[in-house]
Design a binder for this molecule. Structure first.
Ligand SMILES: Nc1ncnc2c1ncn2[C@@H]1O[C@H](COP(=O)(O)OP(=O)(O)OP(=O)(O)O)[C@@H](O)[C@H]1O
Length: 296
């Protein structure tokens, strides 16, 4: 039985159609990245799978049970976007104990599990501090810990590493990597390093545009003085900005190189939308025909 199934799902907010006729089966143990532009409906899909939002038509099922029902919710941990899922005026540990008891853990069990997760996410020293004193990155890690308190089979992660520093990001990405194969994970993402963890990338723009096994190329827009960069294709846009194309395995390398360049170079944007294997293959083909002409 699929872990999560969207069957003909449509959701509107007044006149806005957030998602339309979505059909998607997520298998047990699969890691899915939902990718698409702002407003594409990624968060809406996650909220429906978490059972906190009902579809207008169609069905959202968790192990065959409608997602809003309590038996379905027990299987699911939802890491909400930004910092909406925890209480600010109590400590991190009290938050975890509170949410743990909502899922039926005893206070003692919830405390043990909460401390274990706080340790794992590098927050043990701040366990008793008010969440209001946390940085964005610490808050995101706490959000993930909260979603994991009841050891759910399915994790719904909304941009899990957005807006956080390199160390915080590494802790979360390593954790997700360790969960691969043991949990079903659906992740809404704009981040190539998150997307790289997925078994399947579902590109969404109100409805499903394409489903592909892997992401191949990331496109980075930079502005300023760009010294030569061996091993990367570059397009000069002529206005002092450049597009650099990096395969996913070289992306970290590229970011390190860009970071080590002097302050005259700025990263303006990063685009994964055009990065799919299908389109990459088309571009490669065109380049080969032209004998290696410009990309755009
Ligand atoms: N509670 C709401 N009330 C009204 N409109 C909403 C609500 N939630 C979402 N929408 C609208 O539904 C559409 C899909 O939004 P959603 O947040 O699912 O997109 P997203 O793909 O997660 O975007 P982003 O990448 O910016 O996070 C958008 O047009 C948004 O404005």
């Amino acid at each position: 039985m699929p872990a999560v199934e969207f069957a003909n799902v449509t959701k509107r907010f007044n006149k806005i159609v957030a998602v339309e006729n979505i059909n998607l089966v997520v298998n047990d143990g699969e890691v899915i990245a939902l990718v698409g532009p702002n407003g594409a409906g990624k968060t809406t899909l996650l909220r429906m799978a978490a059972g906190v939002l009902l579809p207008d038509s169609g069905k959202v099922l968790v192990y065959g049970i409608e997602a809003h029902r309590a038996e379905a919710k027990r299987h699911v941990g939802f890491m909400t976007p930004m910092d909406r899922g925890v209480y600010w005026r109590i400590s991190a540990l009290d938050n975890l104990v509170f949410f743990g008891t909502l899922y039926g853990l005893s206070i003692k069990e919830a405390r043990r599990r909460g401390l274990e997760l706080l340790r794992e996410f590098g927050l043990a020293e701040r366990a008793n501090d008010w969440v209001a004193t946390y940085s964005t990155g610490m808050m995101r890690r706490l959000e993930l810990a909260r979603a994991m308190m009841h050891d759910p089979d399915i994790l719904l992660l909304d941009e899990p590493t957005s807006g956080i520093d390199v160390d915080g990001k590494r802790i979360i990405l390593d954790h997700i990597r360790r969960l691969k194969g043991r949990k079903t994970i659906i992740m809404a993402s704009h981040d190539p390093q998150e997307i790289e963890l997925a078994d399947r990338v579902v590109y969404l723009n109100r409805n499903i545009v394409s489903t592909l096994p892997t992401l191949k190329i990331v496109k980075v827009l930079v502005k300023g003085a760009l010294p030569s960069l061996d091993g990367f294709r570059i397009t000069d846009l002529g206005d002092g900005s450049y597009v650099i194309y990096a395969s996913i395995d070289k992306f970290n390398d590229l970011i390190k190189k860009l970071a080590s360049m002097d302050g005259n170079l700025r990263v303006i944007d990063l685009n994964v939308e055009v990065a799919f294997a299908e389109r990459n293959a088309r571009i490669e083909e065109r380049m080969n025909r032209r004998g290696g002409g410009p990309w755009v």
